[in-house]
Write a protein that binds this ligand. Structure first.
Ligand code: SAM
Length: 280
């Protein structure tokens, strides 16, 4: 039996219907109301799984009005499921404001995890996964896109972006221009029939992509740059700074130092312990 007045954030497949989870099907069949980004699109999915429930739309341009109605339903004790067209709601999809408002009213918010294109692409990329930044869609105008990319240039870890296929080549060119010849992967049509991963340096991927029209949905993954590693603050300095603060546990210090210095957590933890026991 499910909790009443709960907002469920439910992931749906990004292409392959077999990626729907048992739990998603069960909860969608139990809630009082389903809020969907595009009700006609979601109806096909719901019909496929034999789910028939009241549906309401919740998309970018009606978020304020619909958000208030959904909150009202929750206040009245109704359970609501939020789904988007594909993947995990709130990830480059509507939902964040609704979740924020529900949390502010102490309404339980329960994630029902499943497909997410960024995580699927990262998991099969072969690029470092210990630290990564997901930055959604880059701006569509070149000037803003280049500024956006230059803000990402010193980050540690893999950079994960979403992009529309018709902007892919322009964005790849800007990646090469701003971030240099890094390893790049274009993960296309994940979980679908024409799934492919195009791998290589930025120039190699540009050459492959230039050979034809890229159709379908794409995720771009960019390997960490050398400059990010060179500019890294030495581990000992970072640990010294964080320990001087005096408010953090050794575990938290190690966690933060690992991100700042680009080392593993275990290395940062061992060094933090050494410094604690032997500050000189
Ligand atoms: N909320 C979704 C998620 O969890 O991945 C993302 C929604 S966003 C509006 C759509 C973008 O996600 C697409 O433009 C593409 O960049 C990426 N995407 C979605 N499905 C994909 C797939 N099957 N293969 C590759 N990229 C995909």
């Amino acid at each position: 039996m499910m909790t009443i007045a709960t907002l469920y954030i439910i992931a749906t497949p990004i292409g392959n219907l077999e990626d729907m989870t048992y739990r998603a099907v069960r909860i969608l069949g139990e809630v009082d109301l389903i809020a969907a980004e595009d009700t006609r699109h979601s109806l096909k999915l719901l019909n496929h799984f034999g789910i028939s429930k009241p549906l309401t739309s919740y998309f970018d341009h009606n978020q304020q009005l619909k958000g208030e109605r959904i909150l009202n339903a929750l206040r009245q004790g109704k359970s609501v499921a939020l789904i988007s067209d594909a993947g995990t709601p709130c990830i480059s999809d509507p939902g964040f404001q609704l979740v924020r408002d529900a949390v502010a009213e102490n309404i339980p918010v329960v994630p029902v995890p499943g497909a997410c294109a960024a995580i699927a692409a990262l998991s099969a990329s072969g690029l470092p996964t210990d630290i990564f930044t997901f930055a959604g869609f880059p701006p569509s105008r070149q000037g803003k896109r280049r500024t956006f990319l230059s803000c990402m240039s010193a980050l540690h870890g893999t950079l994960v972006l979403y992009e529309a296929p018709h902007r892919l080549l322009d964005t790849l060119s800007d990646i090469r221009e701003v971030l240099g010849e890094r390893q790049v992967i274009v993960a296309r049509e994940l979980t679908k029939i024409f799934e492919e991963c195009i791998r290589g340096t930025a120039s190699e991927v540009i050459a492959t992509v230039s050979q034809g029209i890229v159709r379908g949905e794409v995720v771009i993954l960019i390997a960490p740059g050398e400059s990010a590693q060179q500019e890294t603050e030495p581990l000992e300095d970072v640990l010294g700074r964080l320990m001087a603060d005096g408010t953090l546990s050794i575990k938290d210090i190690a966690k933060q130092a690992a991100v700042i210095s680009g080392v593993s957590r275990s290395e940062a933890y061992a060094e933090a312990l050494r410094l604690k026991n032997d500050p000189d």
